[in-house]
Ligand binder design. Structure first.
Ligand code: FES
Ligand SMILES: [Fe+2]
Length: 392
């Protein structure tokens, strides 16, 4: 294994965050927003609004498709349907990450039909057209029957894809361009500190929920609901209403410390478990990267990604990764157990509430606005960022 280049920088970042948390813990404060913000409740139920969000945020914005290590070798591929458009993401024979519409240019059949694998070529089962890992058609049965008229349109249709910070980003914009630098901004340098290129995904799970995608996602954005909704579960692990918040444009970082923080701040800094401080990144529009754990002892990396299916349906994919991979069946069991423990409160508590709300929101009188308080600072930024993206 390569020795990490960022352990010291990550340690220093966590130490700074720990100091900010300690100061808040002593003062009984948090990184509050300056005021409350109001958002029209129709944002969650209006089908036109949903269509605009889906187009702008899921088909014209870079999305995290997987970890770099999920495409470990040349020829490794994965189907990626979560943006709506069926796509294949792969590492070509020269090691370059690419994406294509998973739609045969002949007459539209699905080319790759399994979820993942390794191949040097892909053959469409309908009429047997075959493509290499750069998307070029390398075999068209009875090609002469097309009378030389398919040369420009016989290849797989590319979508933007790029490997960055140990993650694979794609954009469901056929023949389009993706500007990751301007999308990520200064968040990029911080993602580097996480050394995600060394992480390995170990297990994943999908939660299907009746809710607008924003409503589901927002349950990850505040700890205001901890002492009420999660009083028997997560409130035993995390300090309620105590967090530090930073944002980079539409992206943010939230740190919700473990309850032990209140004892720790009374002790000397040398005793602080700085290197296991949980840090939660939100990569707009739909991906949370949590580096941490339910308990302070050990850190995992968890990706939680929400994918809208319709205005009132959302899938949440949770992927748990070991920062350096797993090396034994005990480690594997531990990681899988952690994923189950993280899924349960989301499914049974957060998403029980979001499903109930979904069933009711359409009955609110027109013009109803929801208020997001000072502790809901991340939600305030989220709604502002969506408005800005839709205006562009
Ligand atoms: S649709 Fe794929 S080969 Fe005809
Ligand atoms: Fe929650």
């Amino acid at each position: 294994l390569r020795v990490s280049g960022h352990e010291q920088e990550l340690h220093e970042l966590r130490r700074d965050l720990f100091h900010r948390i300690a100061a808040h813990a002593k003062a009984g404060s948090s990184d509050f927003a300056p005021g409350a913000v109001h958002v029209d409740a129709a944002t969650y139920v209006d089908p036109d609004r949903y269509a605009a969000e889906h187009r702008r945020l899921f088909r014209e914005t870079p999305l995290v498709a997987c970890l770099s290590s999920d495409l470990a070798t040349p020829g490794a591929y994965r189907a990626f349907d979560d943006a709506g458009a069926p796509m294949i993401v792969l590492r070509d024979k020269d090691g370059v990450v690419r994406a294509f519409l998973n739609i045969c240019p002949h007459r539209g059949a699905r080319v790759v039909r399994d979820a993942e694998g390794t191949a040097s070529r892909f053959t469409c089962r309908f009429h047997g057209w075959t493509f290499d890992t750069t998307g070029q058609a390398i075999g068209v049965p009875q090609e002469a029957h097309f009378c030389g008229q398919i040369d420009a349109q016989k290849h797989l249709i590319p979508c933007p894809a790029e490997e960055r910070h140990g993650l694979v980003f794609v954009q469901a914009t056929p023949n389009g361009k993706m500007d990751l630098d301007s999308h990520l901004g200064a968040l990029g340098a911080e993602l580097d500190l996480l050394d995600l290129d060394q992480a390995r995904s170990v297990a994943d799970t999908v939660i299907e929920t009746s809710a607008n995608w924003k409503y589901g996602l927002e349950t990850f954005f505040e700890s205001y609901h901890l002492t009420s909704l999660h009083k028997e579960t997560l409130a035993n692990n995390f300090a309620a209403g105590l967090y530090v918040y930073d944002s980079w444009g539409p992206h943010h970082r939230l740190v919700f410390p473990h309850r032990q923080i209140f004892d720790l701040v009374e002790r000397p800094e040398a005793e602080w478990p700085i290197d296991t401080l949980g840090v939660n990144y939100f990569v707009f529009p739909n991906t949370m990267i949590f580096v941490g754990s339910l308990t302070p002892e050990r850190s995992f990396v968890t990706l939680s990604q929400v994918y809208p299916r319709s205005v009132g349906r959302v899938d949440t994919r949770m992927t748990i990764c070991a920062p350096r991979g797993v090396n034994s069946s005990e480690e594997l069991a531990e990681v899988e157990g952690m994923l189950r423990a993280m899924r349960e409160p989301v499914e049974q508590e957060d998403y029980a509430v979001t499903a109930e709300a979904w069933a009711s929101l359409a009955y609110l009188p027109a013009g109803t606005k929801f208020a997001y308080g000072r502790a809901e600072i991340a939600l305030q930024n989220f709604h502002r960022s969506i408005e800005q993206a839709l205006r562009r």
